[in-house]
Design a protein around this ligand. Structure first.
Ligand SMILES: [Fe+2]
Length: 459
């Protein structure tokens, strides 16, 4: 194993905030590690890169005001091939301020809305790699080895900012997403074609500047979550870096736009006030549309530094297109987050889903827990323990070559070991998660619990 530290940054002291300590604590070095040790046997058909983005402040920040959603982005990647873990790299996504902190020139590319921190997700698109985020900033293009190339408007086709949660239509290869920015009075429904350029932008009328973190698609519909967390001008004027807050009394609703259709054709369905960061999946069921979502009773009302004031649980919303009514029912009481299904069934009925358990930290919810298996038909959620002091983030399902079942493949996640203060990339068999890891790639560092990522197969 060879370790190269490419930055030599001094450790900064960032203690005193839950979102800056323990499993969330930032790391201070960019590493390049070759030929990582593997316990077990890496499946030979895993040929590609496991990538994950998350907040990692480059400089010391004020723990009393730091919001988890605002930390500088850092992408972690592990390259797997021929049963070997060829490398691990972690690199800050070069926003203007990160470049300055590292003593580098600013990266090229037009910014939007004065924002350029991309810390939430990382995707492969048209042969390129992008770090992405919501609320105004544009995608940041990275090399295969995670070095920042530029801030991108997708070859001149993206008019404003983008989203952290585009949904890939498995039939067409197009990405469907909702973009928003406080200065834009409407949401933007953005479609990006498989070639990596924007093919459609549609305006959707809303009031009050809602935070629209994610979206869903079905075979027929684009699903818009217009929920009561909205832009707060007073917070923005006073310098709050994440000026979105719970808006008591504001209605909550879900919109359906014909997939690839016009924003003016949106049809709204009212739901009980709540917040949803992440749907598990959605699908058409005759004259109904079924949305399985991770629902919070409220967020960003009392707790303004992170989403930890109510317990996220799986609910099913069934929209009746005939009556306009919504049946809302809780499917499970297991606390969970970061839900995913096999990417081949996004927008279609799923047999199974996967999530990370959510634990209780001194009365507030804390991310990073067990692997949770969700039965697609019933919504029953079952927690699978990872061992004492071991906490996972988002789990990805990577199908086995030629496999068709949604459980014929591999589950991948970064798992943090509290005792060792170090992380592993854990690979489980999706059809036998109780059997434990089939392979564990041992990383030489801790990877802070972050947000989202994807498996990018070798093209
Ligand atoms: Fe997210």
């Amino acid at each position: 194993m060879t370790i190269e530290d490419t930055t030599g940054q001094d450790a900064t002291s960032v203690v005193g905030s839950k979102w800056l300590s323990g499993v969330y604590a930032p790391v201070h070095d960019e590493l390049t590690v070759l030929d990582l040790p593997v316990v077990g046997t890496l499946p030979a058909d895993l040929d590609g890169r496991y990538l994950r983005n998350g907040p990692n402040p480059v400089d010391a920040v004020d723990p009393t005001t730091y919001h988890w959603f605002t930390g500088d982005g850092m992408v972690h990647g592990i390259r797997l091939r021929d049963g070997r873990a060829e490398w691990y790299r972690n690199r800050w996504v070069r926003s203007t301020s990160v470049s300055a902190a590292l003593g580098e020139d600013a990266k090229p590319g037009a910014r939007h809305g004065g924002m350029d921190t991309a810390n939430t997700n990382v995707i492969g698109l048209g042969g390129r790699t992008y770090a992405i985020v919501e609320a105004g900033a544009r995608p940041v293009e990275l090399t295969d080895e995670l070095e920042t190339i530029c801030h991108s408007d997708l070859d001149g086709t993206l008019p404003n900012g983008y989203s952290a949660h585009p949904k890939l239509d498995p039939t067409t290869g197009s990405l469907h997403s909702i973009a928003y920015h406080w200065a834009l009075p409407q949401l933007q429904y953005v479609v990006v074609g498989a070639a990596g350029t924007v093919t459609k932008v549609e305006a959707i009328e809303v009031d009050g500047g809602p935070m629209v973190h994610d979206c869903s698609i079905t075979e027929r519909w684009m699903v818009v979550y217009d929920l009561p967390v909205t832009f707060d001008l007073d917070d923005a004027m006073s310098g709050v870096r994440f000026p979105y807050a719970w808006k008591e009394g504001r209605p909550a609703r879900v919109g359906l736009v014909p997939l690839g259709g016009q924003g003016s054709d949106v049809r709204w369905f009212e739901v009980e006030p709540c917040y949803v960061f992440h749907p598990l999946n959605a699908f058409d069921d005759g004259n109904r549309v079924v949305l399985d979502v991770v629902r919070y009773g409220r967020v960003f009302a009392a707790s303004t530094l992170g989403p930890d004031e109510s317990t996220p649980q799986l609910w099913r919303w069934t929209l009746d297109l005939s009556t306009g009514r919504v049946d809302e029912r809780q499917l499970s009481d297991v606390p969970l987050e970061f839900p995913r299904v096999d990417e081949r069934v996004v927008g279609r009925r799923h047999d199974v889903g996967w999530a990370s358990g959510v634990r209780n930290d001194d009365g507030r919810s804390g991310f990073g827990g067990q692997l949770v298996r969700i039965d697609g038909a019933t919504g029953d959620a079952r927690s699978i323990d990872l061992g004492a002091g071991r906490l996972s983030g988002e789990w990805l399902m990577v199908p086995r070559d030629g496999g068709s079942s949604q459980e014929d493949g591999w589950l991948l996640s970064l798992v943090y070991d509290q005792a060792e203060d170090r992380s592993d990339l854990v690979v489980m068999a999706a059809d036998d998660p109780d059997g434990g890891a089939v392979a564990t790639v041992q990383l030489p560092t801790r990877v802070p619990l972050g947000f989202h990522g994807n498996w990018v197969p070798t093209s």
